[in-house]
Design a protein around this ligand. Structure first.
Ligand code: ZN
Ligand code: ZN
Ligand code: ZN
Ligand code: ZN
Length: 119
């Protein structure tokens, strides 16, 4: 009998809330469906975990429904508009950060850089 040496079983997998694929807990996006929040939603402003279809963030009080900039319909603050599917995330302009941020954020939740608002 030989020992099955060198094999490390990964028990740290968790299903993606969007597609159900079991993925590593430390990944930043789901390799199957490409979601950047595979383990649930977070408030785009204070990053507190939120439930899908929750109306108001219990952490910072912001509304969790916004008007889509593309189609104008109300959509949950996910990564994409629930109606037209447009991407609601923008990349932080700090070249050393580059985190994806919700398009309405006034500053980056990762590095604190203020976003220039188009006027
Ligand atoms: Zn997925
Ligand atoms: Zn919040
Ligand atoms: Zn839309
Ligand atoms: Zn940043």
């Amino acid at each position: 009998m030989r020992e099955p040496g060198g094999r490390i079983m990964a028990f740290y997998k968790q299903p993606c809330v969007h597609c159900g694929e079991f993925i590593d807990r430390d990944v930043r996006f789901c390799p199957k469906c490409g979601s950047r929040s595979p383990f649930g939603y977070a408030c785009p402003t204070c990053l507190r975990p939120i439930e899908k279809d929750q109306k108001i963030c219990s952490g910072c009080g912001r509304s969790l429904f916004v008007n889509c900039p593309a189609c104008g319909n109300q959509t949950f603050v996910g990564e994409r508009c629930q109606v037209c599917g447009v991407d609601l995330m923008i990349q932080c302009q700090n070249p050393r950060c580059g985190q994806m941020q919700f398009f309405l954020n006034e500053k980056c939740t990762a590095c604190g850089k203020k976003f220039k608002n188009k006027e």
